[in-house]
Design a protein around this ligand. Structure first.
Ligand code: ADP
Ligand code: MG
Length: 366
């Protein structure tokens, strides 16, 4: 089932006497295609959970609409929307066994949805198998690891056979290894069930690695949607460019002058059809190629060998910030005693942005 959000807005009253209202979600419009896993991504406080709670019905909209396929569900209470929700903190019933936790949502089914005890048990077992906890049905939550508890929470969301699965930072309480493993699991479960899924996270790597599509938000406002690689390669603005990628993109003060793109005194590319102006130039760490005749002249600070590749830390007079980081293959020899280092730049990894409004300048670099 597809989810459509139209001009969705949510305002919270300010806390305290003269505190202004908080526009947690501001005129958000987008469509989540049927059967996809969509990563809703942005820094803490940008409105991700609020969006999820508006989709689930746990919060009422201030204005705008929510559609599930062609059904307008904006004013339908959460319990009738057919959504499964998984939170960061699992929210399991501590005194119930795993099996009873998973059975619980089905016991409230009424009317023609009501199931026999046997049907409920079959469904619970199928969900437990899907998330691979069917061997733990008699345990209590306290006897499970964090990863196992989160699997129970996912099974509990799935037994309702929801039309939509909503997950709010489901991996945040897990340690690094479990987080990796569990996100692969979520991907597998989503592929098997084909339930339209919204996965909220502030971790760009997590969102990039499992999503069919990502939606990037900032301050309640939609910044960009697209396939993870497309958004990484073609960020619409400087915020998105900086938010995606590890190590992060390197930002320089640049300018366009007479058809040349310059960083300080270094002419790095020719550009056509761009007016003279000051610009931000953001360069991905993998966009630097070591070359003693290169156009970008830098001071070498440090060379870090990291196995698969080498990280060169250097400075340049036009840098925003202290130093930048270039990632080059470990097969390239680097003289770490040298004081200076020069690079040629990969044109597709060099992204100019307007200094006026930080939007992308669509320019062909040669
Ligand atoms: P995220 O999930 O991206 O971290 P939230 O959706 O939780 O962000 O919050 C977005 C903004 O709305 C924040 O500024 C937060 O303080 C505010 N906010 C969230 N819930 C409430 C609430 N119930 N009352 C007042 N302000 C809220
Ligand atoms: Mg949140």
């Amino acid at each position: 089932m597809k989810i459509v959000l139209e001009h969705l807005t949510k305002t919270f009253p300010g806390r305290g006497k003269n505190a202004p209202d908080v526009k947690a979600v501001n005129d958000l419009t987008f469509e989540i295609p049927d059967g996809k896993l969509v990563g809703l991504l942005g820094p803490s406080g940008c409105g991700k959970s609020t969006v999820l709670n508006l989709v689930s019905g746990l919060l009422k909209v201030t204005s705008g609409k929510v559609f599930f396929d062609d059904d307008d569900v904006t004013n339908i209470p959460a319990e009738y929307r057919g959504v499964g929700i998984v939170f960061q903190n699992y929210a399991l019933y501590p005194h119930l066994t795993v099996e009873k936790n998973i059975l619980f949502p089905m016991e409230n089914f009424k009317g023609d949805k009501k199931l026999s005890k046997q049907q409920m048990q079959e469904r619970a077992l199928a969900a437990a198998k899907l998330v691979q906890i069917d061997g733990l049905m008699d345990r209590k939550p306290a006897e499970l690891s964090g990863g196992q508890q989160q699997r129970v929470a996912i099974a509990r969301a799935l037994v309702k056979q929801p039309r939509v699965l909503l997950m709010d930072e489901p991996l945040s309480n897990l340690d690094a290894r479990l987080r990796l493993q569990t996100r692969e699991e979520i991907r597998r479960i989503q592929r098997e069930t084909k339930i339209t899924t919204v996965f909220v996270t502030h971790d760009q790597e997590e969102a990039m690695s499992i999503s069919d599509l990502i939606i990037v938000m900032k301050d309640g406002v939609l910044q960009q949607t697209g396939k993870p690689q497309e958004v990484y390669d073609n960020p619409a603005n400087l915020f998105v460019a900086k938010f995606l990628g590890t190590p992060p993109i390197n930002v320089f003060h640049g300018c366009v002058k007479g058809g040349k793109l310059m960083l300080g005194d270094d002419v790095i590319f020719k550009v056509k059809h761009v007016e003279d102006q000051d610009v931000w130039v953001a360069i991905r760490p993998e966009g630097f190629l070591l070359d003693k005749h290169g156009c970008l002249h830098c001071q070498l600070q440090n060379v870090e060998v990291m196995g698969r590749d080498v990280s060169i830390v250097a400075t340049h007079p036009a840098m925003e910030g202290e130093s930048f980081r270039a990632i080059i293959p470990s097969t390239t020899r680097v003289d770490d005693e040298a004081a200076t280092v020069s690079f040629v730049l990969h044109p597709e990894k060099v992204l100019p942005f307007s200094k006026a409004d930080e939007t992308r300048i669509d320019a062909k670099l040669v």
